[in-house]
Write a protein that binds this ligand. Structure first.
Ligand code: BES
Ligand code: MN
Ligand code: ZN
Length: 496
């Protein structure tokens, strides 16, 4: 898809389809709409007075073939009530537009921006459009719908002065959408394609193209590192584990890095504590945290963020076999702490334990881990938001602020001693499951045992990683939620 930014009269845009945003019931307050209406012989007035179109969020109306226009079609899309409005309305409206058949049949498209629009608006529109029309077609051999996609997208604005801002936002939105799409694609790929080895190869190739340093530890090197918890999870599988270390150094500043840690279980069967068959296929997405870390590193580098970053991705497959980890086993983590295995399905926290301990090597400003960690997250916040837990108020506030602008919702859970009690073991230092109560929190209490003296935040993306029904800019399937949240956080980074 080609991206163009330009300025000029709405009637003269060389494109097949023009898109005009519109607030609810505010058509008469919008000079461009009034002018459009006049030129189109009053069709907009009619659409409003008949109630056919009110400008409700994501509502669409298509007008065809008007001789006074160079474009063949004009699409109006609603932004909803101006009082409840934020940038996510643009993201949604643009996503809705991207999935409309009138747009899918258009070779070229122009978004027309107004006086109140700025770089943030353009960014939201670029994100919404690109994320909305994303499709995973790699495994479809028929009806490859990529063939009739929009070829060129214009960001048009009537004001020559502001086109620079619009262009800047458009480009930022493109880069960010690319990152989200990388995360989605990795999560969509099945477990027979994305294995610890192929994931780490993908990391090497992404790093090479995006000025990131990348080192991959082999099974032998993981043994030398004494990552006993990662090795214990990988034992049951025919596939050896990997450990990916990514580094991004900005041209500016020699600051201590922020370390991002992502869970990379390429398939989670549960191991000997086997999961029930229903929805087990979804566990191909148990490496989504890792995918988000890789995508965030790529995006941070492309945006040239003025910070230093390290990305750690422990990779393994959790399988039952004669060699697999068993309930009751006691293992020794890289940190030296012993862990009693209660349930082999609580494998994510095990591989994260060794990665969080490895993070201490970098004397980080902060450590943030992201993982499809607990099924219990569904009972806490449902599909709407990701539970977060941490030990530093400034970092948690920054995450909340990033959540508000990215519209990727998070909500903080408490980490109290009552929960820490639940993972104490009779026989070892700790156990890997605290039982049924407060599963999301006890998993965090477990992770907490492995972090150093740094500000730390944990994001549990179980369930928000998969979109069940499809939303304006999140089609059904892997959502990529987490990338925009982290990029927003890192773009406004202040040392906690
Ligand atoms: N990967 C799962 C968590 C998960 C479940 C993510 C469903 C998305 C959807 C994780 O490894 C797991 O199995 N956790 C167990 C822990 C329990 C055994 C203590 C869980 O949440 O049931
Ligand atoms: Mn599991
Ligand atoms: Zn898992």
């Amino acid at each position: 898809m080609k991206f163009i930014s330009a300025s000029g009269d709405i009637g003269k845009i060389k494109t097949s389809t023009v898109v005009k945003f519109c607030f609810e019931k505010m058509f008469k307050d919008d000079p461009i709409l009034v002018l459009l209406d006049k030129n189109l012989g009053g069709v907009i007035t009619k659409a409003f007075s008949s109630g056919e179109f009110e400008g409700k969020l994501n509502q669409i109306i298509v007008f065809h073939n008007f001789s006074k226009f160079s474009a063949e079609k004009i699409i109006m899309v609603g932004l909803g009530d101006k009082k409840k409005f934020d940038d996510d309305c643009y993201r949604q409206a643009a996503g809705t537009v991207s999935r409309h058949t009138a747009v899918r049949k258009s070779k070229s498209l122009a978004f027309y921006f107004d006086l109140h629009d700025n770089d943030k608006t353009a960014q939201s529109v670029a994100e919404g459009f690109l994320l909305g029309c994303f499709e995973m077609t790699d495994y479809k051999t028929e009806n490859n719908s990529k063939n009739n996609m929009t070829e060129s997208l214009q960001f048009y604005c009537n004001d020559n002065q502001r086109i620079g801002h619009i262009k800047k936002g458009m480009e930022r939105g493109q880069i960010i959408a690319d990152g989200v799409i990388l995360a989605r694609r990795l999560a969509f790929h099945p477990g027979n394609v994305i294995t610890p080895e192929t994931f780490s190869n993908e990391a090497i190739s992404i790093a090479r193209k995006n000025r990131l340093k990348c080192r991959v530890l082999s099974e032998k090197q993981i043994k030398t590192e004494k990552m006993g918890a990662l090795l214990a999870v990988a034992k049951g599988s025919e596939l050896p584990p990997r450990f990916v270390i990514l580094e991004y150094k900005s041209a500016r500043g020699a600051n201590r890095p922020i370390v991002l840690v992502g869970k990379g279980i390429t398939f989670d069967s549960g191991g000997i504590s086997l999961k029930p068959p229903t929805d087990m296929d979804e566990m191909k997405g148990d490496m989504t945290g890792g995918a988000i870390v890789l995508a965030t590193m790529m995006t941070a580098s492309r945006l040239k963020l003025p910070i230093n970053l390290v990305g750690l991705i422990p990779l393994a497959e959790n399988m039952p076999s004669g060699k697999a980890l068993k309930p009751g086993d006691i293992i020794k983590s890289r940190k030296g702490k012993t862990i009693e295995i209660i349930n082999t399905d609580a494998e994510g926290r095990l591989i994260l334990a060794d990665a969080l301990d490895y993070a201490n090597k970098f004397k980080p400003q902060a450590v943030i881990d992201i993982a499809t960690l607990t099924g219990a997250a569904l009972y806490v916040l449902g599909y709407a938001a990701a539970p977060i837990i941490g030990n530093n108020k400034i970092l948690m506030d920054a995450l909340r602020a990033a959540s508000a602008t990215s519209a990727e919702k998070v909500w903080e859970m408490p980490l109290w001693d009552e929960y820490r009690e639940l993972i104490k073991s009779n026989i070892a230092d700790i156990k890997n499951s605290g039982g049924r109560s407060a599963g999301t929190i006890t998993a965090s209490a477990f992770l907490e045992c492995f972090i150093g003296e740094w500000p730390w935040a944990h994001i549990d993306i179980a369930y928000v990683d998969l979109e069940k029904n499809g939303r304006p800019y999140i089609p059904k399937g892997a959502s990529g939620i987490g990338v925009r949240l982290l990029i927003e956080l890192l773009s406004n980074w202040k040392r906690p």
